[in-house]
Design a protein around this ligand. Structure first.
Ligand code: HEC
Ligand code: HEC
Length: 196
C-alpha cells in the first residue's frame, strides 16, 4: 500500500470511529435492559418467583374479598376466573353476577355507578374540525342509565390474584381517608375533587 493510500485509510477509519463514539455519547434513549426498576435484568430468565403462581380455585360466592389496594382502586378479583375468560362480545359472564339487579342473588358486589356513567365529553364538528365540547380540566359526567359499554372488558382493570412467594418488598402504604374505603369505592362522589 502506498503511503498516500495508507494515510487516507487511517484518516477515514479515525473519522468513522469518532462518528460511532459520538453516536453512543449523544444517545438519549434507555437500553431495553435498563427500563424497569428491578435490579434483575428485564430480559433475563431469572425470575424472582420461587414457585409457580397458584390461582384461587374458589368460585364467586366462596371467596373472601381482598382489601382495596388504595382509595378507589379497582378491586382485585378474589375468586377463580378459569372458565370466565376471555370476555367476548356476546359472552361476558362477569356481568351476569355483578350487574346490580342480579348481584344480591349471587352475593356479589354490584358494579358501581361509575360503570353506568360516561366521562367522555361530547365532540362537535365545525367545518371539518372536531372540537371537544368542554373546557380544560372540566369533568364531563353523563349518567347513562345503562351499563357503559366502555367498561365491558372487566379484566382490563380487575385482576385475579395468585398466591406467590416472591422476595419483592412492597413499600407502598395506601392512605385511606375513610375506613370504609378499604372495602368499597366512592369514586362517583369524589370524581370532581380538585378539578372544576
Ligand atoms: C358466579 C357469579 C360470579 C361471576 C361469574 C363473577 N363473579 Fe366476581 N364475585 C362474585 C361474588 C359472589 C363475589 C364476592 C366474593 C365471593 O363471595 O366469592 C365476587 C367478587 C368480585 C370482585 C371483588 C369485589 C370487591 O368488592 O372487592 C371483583 C373485582 C370481581 N368479582 C370481578 C369479577 C370479574 C371481572 C368477573 C369475570 C371475569 C367476575 N367477577 C365473575 C361472583 C361472580
Ligand atoms: C377501565 C377500568 C375498569 C373496567 C373496564 C371495569 N372496572 Fe370495575 N372498577 C374500576 C374502578 C377504578 C373501580 C373502583 C372505583 C369506582 O367505583 O369506579 C371499580 C369498581 C368495581 C366494583 C366494586 C364496586 C364497589 O361498590 O366497591 C365492582 C364489583 C366492579 N368494578 C366490577 C366490574 C365488572 C364486572 C366489570 C366488567 C363488566 C368492570 N368492573 C369493568 C375500574 C374498571
Amino acid at each position: 500500500m502506498s503511503n498516500k493510500l495508507l494515510t487516507i485509510v487511517v484518516v477515514l477509519s479515525c473519522f468513522m470511529m469518532s462518528c460511532s463514539t459520538n453516536q453512543s455519547e449523544d444517545k438519549d434513549w434507555i437500553a431495553d435492559e435498563n427500563i424497569d426498576m428491578s435490579d434483575e435484568l428485564l430480559l433475563s430468565d431469572e425470575s424472582p418467583l420461587t414457585e409457580m403462581p397458584e390461582y384461587s380455585k374458589l368460585r364467586g360466592g366462596e371467596s373472601d374479598l381482598i382489601e382495596r389496594s388504595f382509595e378507589n382502586a379497582p378491586p382485585l378479583i378474589p375468586h377463580k376466573i378459569a372458565g370466565l375468560l376471555p370476555i367476548r362480545v356476546n359472552d361476558n359472564k362477569c356481568l351476569t353476577c355483578h350487574i346490580p339487579h342480579n348481584s344480591t342473588k349471587f352475593g356479589a358486589t354490584a358494579m358501581p355507578l361509575t360503570h353506568f356513567t360516561s366521562y367522555r365529553p361530547f365532540l362537535t364538528e365545525e367545518e371539518g374540525l372536531v372540537k371537544v365540547d368542554a373546557e380544560d380540566n372540566m369533568v364531563v359526567e353523563t349518567d347513562l342509565e345503562h351499563f357503559n359499554l366502555a367498561m365491558f372488558n372487566c379484566s382490563q382493570c380487575h385482576v385475579a390474584q395468585a398466591n406467590v412467594t416472591a422476595e419483592i418488598p412492597n413499600m407502598f402504604d395506601p392512605a385511606f381517608r375513610q375506613a370504609s374505603e378499604r372495602q368499597q369505592s366512592n369514586l362517583k362522589k369524589v370524581m370532581k375533587e380538585g378539578v372544576k
